[in-house]
Design a protein around this ligand. Structure first.
Ligand SMILES: [Zn+2]
Length: 271
């Protein structure tokens, strides 16, 4: 068991050295800089993300749960648009992403952003936490940051390096049926598997800066996690909170980061 782990660690290190493993984003004012293990082609994952995003939306549409108009949808779309305008600060190619926003009418407290800018938000997280615009921006900004940093691709690369899903990814571009099945498996790894604490902290930092630059009050990063903390005190904590613990160290980090983004917020247009 131990030997296998060591072997995996050696393989991961060797692949990391071969792959070059640059950082996917510029450091920004929040100074996020870490070399990443990225051995799966980004294009392949973006394709899979598109397939599984479409499938999710078709299912929701068939169930009458896909919200595509009305005040709640327009509010989310407006907030997401302001955030995505700032994404090129961290990586210029994000200006060419085919950004999409899906709002799903469901009590779940959940939100995500798949590779290539496919944003999904459940009405449950907005309604049950009674989120302000600034707080929605913090949640969506955090999710966009995961996509900009390509944390999903990192998770798939790690799983592949450890031989967990190697053939899955390589075999992905066969028949449409296989592709859809693989896409949903890979999407599971990208979006459902929890991120490391390191990745979570990076997404907090970059999300905070995106929101501040887009004119959203940085203080909302603290209030939104306080609300999530209160929501997770029940005996069945929501799914989002099992992968995003709203603990004191997260809130303390976000409080400490306020000063770094305050000038950006001050200088930003507030609409
Ligand atoms: Zn996260």
């Amino acid at each position: 068991m131990k030997l296998t782990l060591i072997k995996h660690a050696v393989i991961v290190a060797a692949i990391a050295a071969l792959a070059g493993c640059a950082s996917t984003t510029s450091p920004g004012a929040v100074d996020v800089d870490r070399r990443q293990l990225l051995i799966v082609p980004a294009e392949q994952l973006e394709q899979m993300a598109q397939v599984s995003f479409n499938e999710q939306n078709e299912k929701a549409r068939a169930a009458g749960k896909l919200v595509t108009q009305g005040a709640e949808y327009e509010r989310l779309r407006r907030i997401a648009a302001r955030l995505q305008q700032q994404a090129p600060v961290f990586r210029p190619d994000a200006a060419n992403w085919n950004w999409e926003v899906a709002l799903i009418d469901s009590p779940e407290l959940n939100a995500s952003c798949a590779p290539g800018g496919k944003i999904t938000v459940y009405t449950g997280i907005i309604r049950s936490l009674n989120l302000t615009d600034d707080e929605i921006a913090m949640v969506v900004g955090h999710e966009i940051a995961h996509a900009l940093r390509e944390h999903g691709r990192e998770k798939v690369s790690q799983a592949m390096a450890q031989n967990l899903i190697g053939s899955v990814v390589l075999g992905a571009l066969q028949t449409t049926e296989t592709q859809a099945k693989m896409a949903s498996q890979v999407a599971d790894v990208m979006l459902t598997l929890p991120n490391s604490r390191k990745n979570e902290s990076e997404a907090d930092k970059i999300g905070l800066e995106l929101a501040a630059r887009a004119g959203f009050n940085p203080a909302a990063a603290v209030s939104v996690w306080q609300k999530m903390g209160a929501a997770s005190s029940g005996d069945r904590p929501p799914q989002f909170l099992s992968t995003h613990p709203a603990n004191e160290s997260r809130i303390a980090d976000l409080t400490r980061m306020q000063a770094a983004v305050a000038p950006l917020y001050q200088a930003a247009s507030k609409q």
